[in-house]
Every structure is written in structure tokens, then in C-alpha cells.
Design a protein. Sequence first.
Length: 163
Amino acid sequence: MRKFLYICLILVLAAACGPRKIPRDKMESIMADLYIQEQQIKQDRELKKQADTSLVYEGIFRSYGYNTDDFIYSLGYYLEDATRMEKIMGEVAEKLDQDAKDVDAQIKQEQWRSHLLALYNMRPDTTRRPQPRPGVMDTLRVRFQGDSVHLYYPPDTLKVPLR
């Protein structure tokens, strides 16, 4: 009787450790991440030479709390019904399109920001006041106009134009 209980316990544990079906929403996210990772590997020649995609994919599966066996089992489950798989792939395509739009918006925002920064850096520096030149110190005159003070250099004493 005891052996029978041990065998039943082992069978229950073996069945519990088998592959799990990944829920549809997580499956969509996993497949979108797989597609993005595959495109990154295809674009980079060094990565393409080094990458073993099964190892790369395993990291993606683990980030969602699953493994390769779970993914293969779930993929088989969803492929049994073509309309179900078609809906999943449609959602994956929509998610990738939305991600692409978000990235485009971020790129445009960064380009706009760098353009404004370039314009800002091109502006004249208005905080610098003309400094008297050593040779013209004695010809410096101060003129009062209303509530402000202006430095005045007679035109004949200026050797270099002021900025």
C-alpha cells in the first residue's frame, strides 16, 4: 500500500511539472518580444554569428516565468485552432505597430529637442558686457540715459570691433 502511494505521488508530481499552457495575453507579449529579438539579431552581424536563438529565447521565456517546453506546448495548443492563432498574431502585429509608433514619436521628440538646443546654442551671448581695452581706458566715457548707464567708446579709439 505504501509503495502504491509513493507511485501515485510521483505520478502527480510528474504531471504537475509538465509544460503549462501560457495564457493568451502573455503569449502575445512573448511572441512580440521574440519577433523584436529576432530582428535585432538579424540586423547585427556580430550577434548573428554568436547568437544561439534557443538561448536567447529562453531568457525571454524566463522573464515571463515560463520555459521553452511551456512555449512549445502553448504554441501547439494555439495552433490547433487556426482562428485562435490568427487572432493572437493580429494582436502581436497591432502591439508591434503601436510600439513602432511610440518609438517614432520619441525619435521626433528627441530631434525636436536637439534642434531647439542647437538654436539655443546659436543665440548671441547677451550676458557679456564689453570690457574696456587696455589702450582705451582713458577715453572711456559714461553716459547716463534715463535710469541706465551706458559705456561709450569714441569711434576713433576702437581698434577691434566689439561683439
